[in-house]
Structures are given as structure tokens and as C-alpha cells.
Design a protein around this ligand. Structure first.
Ligand code: HEM
Length: 432
């Protein structure tokens, strides 16, 4: 086996089976490491990751979605490339996604969206989640088996965000099908990003939603977004509202569904943990935080140095591409005691960087946490046991598990489960 530093993180499929071994080895090379294979600086240290994510002045998010392998549409020159970035922003792939915005346009987009994610709205959406999770779980428990990732997790997260936004019910199956067929972001088979056709499709439908809700508002979140104003009371351009609505719909699909898959993998591989959680469902949120830390579904994000600066001891010149190993930082022993251990009672576990940090910290984190808690609680409450289907995945020690071929997303492509019903299921109300 090649050393981690000899393997190209952006194309090497062997990393998919055990990315944590790769991240640990990279961390052993230093918190900040200049790749010999690509023109990229890797950040693995927790403190250094926070420093980069928290420094939106020196680091642009322009390449956060496309990644560092997609060529820049300009050759960086000088000690400050802020002007070059703005001049060429529109030419870079994925520039329409808010995760790539910088400065005032980003702050304005955040201001529009964060108003929508208020606790009262999430509470109302939770009623939908609870009802849908209950029906979905009862149906698979009655069958005694399911393929969890595509059959349960993916439709669940798609329909929850569709309900939150107010996507009409009759349109929802189209989105489920389109998202199901899409390649993951950060495709290992094509690390240079090209146009994303699924986002284009979703954007087209969302344009109609926004236009019709500007004309005739309804009682839903899309109408609020369509008619929202910036803090200075100006009305956003319709194209911008469509972009934001699209990204809101799409950004939490793969990430949440794949995290659900990883949660289930932990549960089937550690039956003592599964029993402990079933006996005390109040521990489910702690469980979710440890899975986020140890198996976060966004492994990395990337930044472009806007001006000459430093990360830790390393001098960074303007134009340097920086990839932050979020999943590596979440295993840094300088921050985490026994980082590889799964600890339900880990203090300050929520401080992991699985949702990023700083100006671009995940806006959907409260929604993701609620989705995970609701579906996992229902599954545990309605079963006496959940096991991995060994016909599909092989016995312990010789498991056959396939992970998304992505340098961004971490998660299983499929997870076949066998479910034993609880003799007496616990109701959602009783476990709250
Ligand atoms: C387990 C599930 C999720 C994970 C692991 C995750 C992870 C992340 C990370 C790491 C970032 C920061 C990227 C960066 O700084 O470059 C981010 C940003 C973002 N996430 Fe999530 N996410 C999840 C679920 C969601 C959901 C459910 C939504 C939508 C409802 C969502 C919407 C967004 C948006 C819009 C941004 C961009 C924020 C900005 O640029 O200011 N995410 N997410």
C-alpha cells in the first residue's frame, strides 16, 4: 500500500474504504502539509482548520464547491488577488452556489436565509417528519428488511426539505427520482467539476415556484423567500432568490442521507451501543454528534488564499488552494481525547467541524440534527433489533460495503438491514 502522501486524495479509490486511516496518516505529516502531487495545501489540524474557516478575509470560498482540482479561470498574480477573484468569479464552475460567495453578497444571502430557519418553523416541519418517519418505519419493520440508504434515508430527507419549503406534493416524486440518479458532489471519476445537470433541473422548477409565489404568495417558506427583502429593505433579484432556494433544497440531500447511513452502520456493527440507545433514547443526540465527528458526511471543504498569509507555521501565497480535511480535524489528538474512540459521553462533542465553522457554517445543521434524531429514534423505538444483512454485505471481518466515489461526500451507496419488530413499540410522544 502506498503512503498517504503518495496517494492522490482527489482520484484514489482506495482511500474510500478507510478515509480515516488516510486522514490520520496525513495528520502525522503535520497539521498543514503541502501536497507533492497537486498544487494544494492540506489542513488536517483542528486549530488550523478553525483558523482558516474563521478567516474569510484572507481566504475566499470561491472553490468550496468545485474543489481545488478544477482549474482557476485566471493565473493568480501578486500578493493580493482579491480583484482577480471578483473579475473572474462568474467563470468558475459552481459560482452560483452560496457556499462559494464571499463578503457582502454572502452576508446578504445569509441574512435572507437565516430568517427562514427560525425554531417555530422547524417545529412545524417536525410534525411532518414525525408522521412520515412513523409511516416509513412501520412499513419497513413489517417487511422485516430494507435497503436503508436509497429506500429510506434519501426519500426521507428529500421529502422533509420539500415539505419545509412548500414544494407541492405532486412534484416531489420527480425530485426524489432526479436526486437518486445524480452522481455525488466531488465525483472521484471526474474531479474537475462540470455543469451540474440536477441542480439545473431543480433550478428550472424552482424558478416557476418563485415567480408564481411572487405573484401570489402562499403560506409556505418558498413564498417567504420569494418576497423576502435584504436588511436594507431592497428586493433581491429573482435569479438570486432562485439560486438560494435551489441550494437550500439541494445542499442537505446527500449529506443528511449519507450521515443517516453511517449512523445505521455504527448501530449494526456495535450491538451493545444499539441496545444502550434503545434503552435510553435521550442519548440519540449524543450518538449523532459522535457519528458526525467520526464519520462526517462532508469530508472536506476548500478555500483560495486571497492574499499572502500564514496557516500555522506555513507561509501561504495569494492564489494557493487550500483543502481542509474536516474529518481529519475531527480526529486531531491535540483537540480530541482518544479521537478514534466512540464516546457517547464525550464532553463538548458538538464542537466538531462536520458542519464547518465561521461565516459559511452549515445553515441546515439544525434541520439535519432534527431529521437524524426523528428517524433514528423511530427506528430504535419500533424495533427489538437491527442487523446488517450478511447475504448482501458478508460476515464480520469480510464485509462488502461500497462508499460513494466522492472526495467530498462520505457515505454508503447501500445498506441492507434486517429488522426485528419490538414486542411493544415506544410511541414518539412517550420518548420525548
Ligand atoms: C449531516 C448533514 C449535513 C452536513 C454534514 C453538512 C455540512 C456542511 C458543511 C461542512 C458546510 C460548510 C462548507 C464550507 O464552509 O465550505 C455546509 C454549508 C451549507 N449547508 Fe450543510 N450540511 C448538512 C446538511 C444540510 C442541510 C439539511 C441543508 C439545507 C437545509 C444544508 C445547507 C447548507 C448551506 C445552504 C450551506 C452554505 C452556507 C453558506 O455558504 O453560508 N446543509 N454544510
Amino acid at each position: 500500500m502506498l503512503l498517504a502522501v503518495e496517494r492522490d486524495y482527489f482520484t484514489d479509490r482506495s482511500i474510500l474504504d478507510d478515509p480515516n486511516a488516510f486522514f490520520d496518516e496525513m495528520l502525522g505529516r503535520g497539521s498543514v502539509y503541502r501536497s507533492q502531487l497537486r498544487d494544494v495545501v492540506f489542513v488536517s489540524g483542528f486549530a488550523e482548520a478553525l483558523a482558516v474557516l474563521g478567516n474569510a478575509e484572507d481566504f475566499s470560498s470561491l472553490i468550496a464547491a468545485a474543489g481545488p482540482v478544477t482549474p482557476l479561470p485566471f493565473v493568480p498574480s501578486g500578493s493580493d488577488i482579491a480583484e482577480q477573484i471578483e473579475l473572474h468569479r462568474a467563470e468558475l464552475s459552481a459560482n452560483e452556489l452560496m457556499v462559494t460567495y464571499d463578503g457582502p453578497p454572502h452576508a446578504a444571502a445569509r441574512a435572507l436565509l437565516s430568517r427562514l430557519f427560525v425554531p417555530s418553523r422547524l417545529k412545524a416541519n417536525e410534525a411532518f417528519m414525525v408522521d412520515y418517519a412513523d409511516r416509513q418505519v412501520r412499513s419497513v419493520v413489517a417487511q422485516g428488511r430494507c435497503e436503508f440508504v436509497k429506500q429510506m434515508a434519501q426519500p426521507f430527507v428529500t421529502l422533509v426539505i420539500a415539505d419545509l419549503l412548500g414544494v407541492p406534493e405532486e412534484d416531489r416524486p420527480r425530485f426524489v427520482a432526479a436526486l437518486d440518479a445524480a452522481p455525488p458532489p466531488g465525483n472521484l471519476n471526474a474531479p474537475v467539476r462540470t455543469e451540474n445537470l440536477v441542480l439545473k433541473f431543480i433550478g428550472g422548477v424552482f424558478r416557476d415556484y418563485i415567480a408564481s409565489r411572487r405573484a401570489t404568495p402562499r403560506d409556505d417558506l418558498l413564498s417567504e423567500l420569494a418576497n423576502a427583502r435584504y436588511p436594507d429593505d431592497t428586493i433581491p433579484d429573482i435569479d438570486e432568490v432562485v439560486r438560494l432556494a435551489t441550494v437550500l433544497f439541494a445542499a442537505g440531500q446527500d449529506t443528511s442521507a449519507k450521515l443517516l447511513g453511517s449512523c445505521l452502520r455504527f448501530l449494526v456493527e456495535d450491538k451493545a451501543l444499539q441496545s444502550q440507545l434503545r434503552a435510553n433514547l435521550a442519548l440519540v443526540p449524543n450518538f449523532i454528534e459522535e457519528v458526525l465527528r467520526l464519520e462526517g458526511s462532508s469530508k472536506i471543504t476548500s478555500r483560495l488564499a486571497r492574499r499572502d498569509t500564514r496557516i500555522g507555521d506555513m507561509a501561504i501565497t495569494a492564489g494557493t488552494r487550500v483543502t481542509i480535511f474536516l474529518s481529519g480535524a475531527n480526529r486531531d489528538p491535540r483537540r480530541w481525547e482518544e479521537p478514534a474512540a466512540f464516546k457517547l459521553d464525550r464532553p463538548r462533542a458538538r464542537e466538531h467541524v462536520a458542519f464547518g465553522r465561521g461565516a459559511h457554517t452549515c445553515i441546515g445543521a439544525p434541520l439535519a440534527r432534527a431529521e437524524l434524531r426523528v428517524l433514528l429514534t423511530h427506528l430504535l423505538a419500533q424495533t427489538a433489533d437491527i442487523s446488517l444483512c450478511e447475504t448482501e454485505h458478508g460476515p464480520p471481518g469480510a464485509r462488502r460495503l461500497d462508499y460513494e466515489p466522492s472526495f467530498i461526500i462520505r457515505g454508503l451507496t447501500a445498506l441492507h438491514l434486517e429488522l426485528t419488530p419490538a414486542s411493544q413499540g415506544q410511541s414518539w410522544e412517550a420518548v420525548q
